[in-house]
Design a protein around this ligand. Sequence first.
Ligand code: GLN
Ligand code: ZN
Length: 741
Amino acid sequence: MATISTCTIGFPRIGSNREMKKALEAYWAGSNDAQALLQAAAGVEADAWRCQARAGIQLIALDSTLYDHALQERSATGAPAAVPGAAALPVYFAMARGAEGAPACDMSKHFDSNYHHIVPELDEQSEPRPDWSLLLDRVKRGQEAVGRERAVPMVVGPSTLLGLARGSFDRSSLLARLAPAYAQLLRQLAELGVPEVQIHEPILTMSGSEGLAADCAACYAELAAVGLPINIVVAYDDETYKWLVELPVAALSLDFLGVPGAEYGSSTAQHIAKHGFPKSKRLGAGVIDGRGIWADQGQAARLVASLRALLGEEQRIATSTSLQHVPYDLAAEEVPPAGLARPLAFAVQKLGEVVGTAAAVLGAAPGAIPALDLAAFTGAPGGAPRELPADMFRRPEPYAERRPKQVQYPPFPTTTIGSFPQTPAIRRSRLAFKKGRLSQEQYREKMAGEIGLCIGVQEALGLDVLVHGEPERSDMVEYFGLKLGGYHFTEQGWVQSYGSRYVRPPIVTGDISRSGPMTVHEYELAQGLTSKPVKGMLTGPVTILQWSFPRRDATRRQQAEQLALALRDEVADLQAAGCRVDEPALREGLPLKAGRRDEYLRWAVGAFRLATACAMPEVQVVTHLCYSDFADIMPAIEAMDADVLTIENSRSGNEMIAALAGTGYPRDVGPGVYDVHSPVVPTVGWLADRIRSFLEVGLLEGDACRIHVNPDCGLKTRRWEEVLPSLRNMVAAAHLVRAEL
Ligand code: GLN
Ligand code: ZN
């Protein structure tokens, strides 16, 4: 009899003890061969699948990747480069990270998460030459690990693969050509005896994807004809509900919770209450939060009980999105969190919640679980924000008036984004301090030495605007979280940001407050060592929030505002210490729906302004935006009212600075000239061409004194052996082009 069942739609790929990260790094460093890497990866994935089986999950998604799943699928459908079999590993990693003479593929934020995918390079010329052997091998390993009836292959869908590619080209015809490649996969999977296939199509939830409706329906009709049941997973948002449910597939997995703290929550429950759900399909009810770390099985059970009352028996309980966005296991914490308002749940605990919800609903007497009003449920926190006075959001003078009062630079002033290599020695000192082997005093002394080294190096390299190098910061968000009230920290709460890079987002547990200066000591130290300007270095309120696990009982806007007020006090203290330049980073938690973006941008930009508006006209506010597109939100970028905008640029082929030039963006810009994620050292000639290209796109009408030259992002993940020659070449290139003016 059909009844409530359980499934997963993705799981952390790092391993319970960061085995995947370690194996990748060892392979890149040459201390491990390809065989060892693939073996480690197979161990990590099998552990993850067995862990899900032990938890009692019925249908287990066979998630796993060496670097990025979008890259893997792109390769499988006939990319120029091969797939990561042992012999092809170098090509695979060259695409991900770059290699001598071959820059890495572009990287971009994955929907509304903090994960970054490698952008598929596809266009109308792309010829699918499908080779699914790796995926099929994975499925076989999965079947061995958890049994045929439970092992469910997952794959990035054709529409999403196309949607993630950049540029305008005839997607419709390529989709039609991709469909047979996917159909071939489905036939091969059917032969392996899998119960169904999960096709992940988050792109279908984006505004504008309605335009894909007809093409997509045709594509899925072709895939459905293979006869293998398809579960379309569109976790991340839900508004295209009406046409999504019409797609000719067996199951549809939806997100009922949305982004934690987002004012709008998710409208899935409301859509179902209003439009129903087709009897012919199975609903994957994403009721366990895949983005947040708060446990809430009670709410999940109420949701499922209500769905059951409305739709009948056949629900499948799942997480709202892939669990790749949460840490592996709460049990890894040496110090279990105490005194929190609610219990926490990481990926392993969330498996328990999925299974527990099913058991609770099935085991309950009728009416024992109170029903929820589905028509009203969004999962969003309530509460009206307070309105702060408008002048707190305004710098005392407009940009045009204050810019002449700020530092004046030579043409193509050279600078960096903030961090310098986090060396093993730095990490050892931090660990020793944590374990009590170094006193606070001794640790500070060590960090002071590192700051001195950074300043000396930058002086020697001839950089124009210096930074202290951030040795004392393990992470640009965690560092602030540790100093602020209202945060909880984890030891092992690692979440994948991209490839082998993992961050440990701190957890907002209450109202955020600042008890004293957080960065002033290091700033003063650095500025005391040089006569060149040193930038103070803060992480912006939206970035801190986006990279934290927010509360669910307050809106993101409320939490961002609390952070902004704390940072504002820091800006005031830095300024009192004589800080001339200061750099918060703003990242977008931009909603996927166009209709919600204005509201988001209003408060996100507002928070940035609230944090920085107290700066005197003479203080140059520099901001930095990482790997994100913002061509479509230019008015918001300008509304941030920063004096200098530094951006990642080198991987995206001047696309962003062309957009800046196109809209006549009037403020100083620092387009990244080289990729910091790649171990490759750029040459002077190559860098000089990059710098010349900024003039060619007409940036700032060629006002070179306002075009800053900097790497794409911070240098903390690089080694000094890479950083020194790269920066030396960068400065030489800036001087070369300066001389040509
Ligand atoms: N100052 C930070 C660093 O250099 C900025 C990095 C970022 O925005 N991701 O590490
Ligand atoms: Zn960056």
